[in-house]
Design a protein around this ligand. Structure first.
Ligand code: ATP
Ligand code: MG
Length: 404
């Protein structure tokens, strides 16, 4: 019945060159995501895109469209000739697929202005035909449950029901590149997803402290990245693995218990800023949410932020944990995030971290030669591109990134 999908682009308030760039990127992403579906073809118009199924199952296409940012909505379209009998027959067939009782309305648009009937004539005739031949419809002009759209075009007529909403957002690449501080927890992958949604290309930074922390916690990061990569161009995301163990141990040894976490975070931020500069990115992204834990009070955020000179995006700042969990379930990272392995922020940490750290006190706690250690971390960071189908075996001893 359905032979094509009509796709509407998001944020079409954009104008001129930006709009063109936006549409081209969305189009490329749709093509990229569907590149394993050999039967389908594309018909690109100035403000919409059609995917012609040529026998491909529409569910296969829809599954891929749900991984593309910048799509406002889409509809499954059935086509037929411009003969009124064919249109009525198809309208009835489509309507019968809805089983329960509904209110409905027909709306017609004619782009073929030479068509002998007006839009209103077509609407009336088709609606009357559907009502006469089905039991479960009642006409309702305002806010009906179902709208059946008819478009009379030059070549044929297109019929479809209401829209299904797409992911929205902007296509990845229009908003520059950010470095996502990616732990194995619930929050940071969600923060990554939300910034990608606004068109930002994301690279991960993970601080790994093996063998102080288990290798499985780095493996979790790989698994989480594979899930995020489903939304990325070329199905891949770069992750920088920072060898954090020595600096981590130094902090555990030298820093007053209640300030350990704060200082650890300050070191992470310093290293991340340097990595951002090295890899051509303009900002950091974290999964922090106001007041969620001691290191996320506004005083903590202030003390940690103080060491960098680059914007830090915190897309989860005002979200409740339950809202974050909901998104992480939707993007399939939740089950991976809750696997019980410790990372550097949970291993050997004090039970009473300071909730209102002072910047001057942080500086007094950093009495060791951390600068050379920070530089060493940056120089010895290992980078890997993680793809949805990568298998990345991390060795049990001696951290080394090897992808196949
Ligand atoms: P998450 O669920 O993202 O781990 P969290 O609620 O556990 O967050 P924290 O452990 O306080 O919160 O971490 C706050 C943020 O710091 C994380 O969201 C992440 O952006 C960053 N972060 C923490 N640990 C690491 C790590 N080992 N590597 C990279 N980034 C990290
Ligand atoms: Mg964490």
């Amino acid at each position: 019945m359905y032979d094509r999908i009509l796709i509407r682009y998001g944020e079409l308030t954009l104008k001129g060159k930006n709009k063109k760039d936006f549409i081209n990127r969305v189009y490329q992403m749709v093509r990229d995501k569907c590149n394993d579906l050999e039967k389908i073809s594309f018909d690109k118009r100035h403000d919409r895109l059609y995917i012609i199924l040529n026998g491909e199952k529409y569910t296969n296409v829809v599954e891929r469209l749900n991984k593309v940012f910048g799509l406002h909505s889409y509809s499954l379209v059935a086509t037929t000739s411009k003969d009124m009998n064919d249109i009525k027959k198809l309208a009835l067939e489509l309507s019968k697929s809805i089983k329960e009782e509904k209110t409905f309305k027909v709306e017609t648009k004619r782009s073929d202005k030479r068509y002998p009937l007006t839009s209103m004539d077509i609407t009336k005739e088709v609606a009357a035909y559907v009502l006469q031949n089905t039991d479960n419809y009642k006409v309702k002009m305002k806010n009906p449950d179902v709208k059946l759209y008819i478009e009379i075009r030059q070549d044929s007529s297109y019929l479809y029901f209401d829209k299904t909403m797409g992911l929205g957002g902007l296509p990845i690449g229009v908003s520059g590149k950010g470095m996502l501080l990616l732990s194995g927890g619930i929050d940071s992958p969600v923060a990554g997803f939300l910034t990608m949604k606004r068109g930002m290309e994301v690279e991960g930074i993970h601080f790994e402290s093996t063998p102080l922390t288990p290798i499985e916690s780095a493996q979790k990061v790989v698994e989480l990245t594979k899930k995020m990569a489903e939304y990325a161009p070329n199905r891949g995301i770069k992750v920088h693995f920072v060898p954090f163990k020595d600096l981590h141990m130094k902090i555990l040894e030298k820093v007053n218990d209640s300030y350990k976490i704060t200082i650890m975070r300050r070191m992470m931020f310093r290293i991340s800023e340097k990595l951002a500069k090295k890899f051509g990115s303009n900002c950091l992204i974290t999964g922090e949410s106001l007041g969620q834990v001691a290191s996320q009070t506004i005083e903590s955020i202030n003390s940690i932020n103080d060491v960098v000179n680059i914007p830090v995006l915190r897309p989860l700042i005002s979200m409740d944990k339950s809202e974050i969990v909901k998104i992480s379930k939707n993007v399939n990272t939740y089950d991976i995030s809750i696997r019980p392995f410790e990372d550097c922020c949970t291993v050997y940490v004090p039970s009473k971290p300071v909730t209102k750290p002072k910047i001057e006190k942080c500086i007094r706690e950093e009495i060791f030669d951390y600068e050379s250690m920070v530089d060493w971390c940056v120089e010895n960071t290992q980078t890997a591109v993680i793809k949805t189908n990568s298998s990345l075996d991390l060795p049990k001893e001696g951290f080394e990134v090897k992808i196949t």
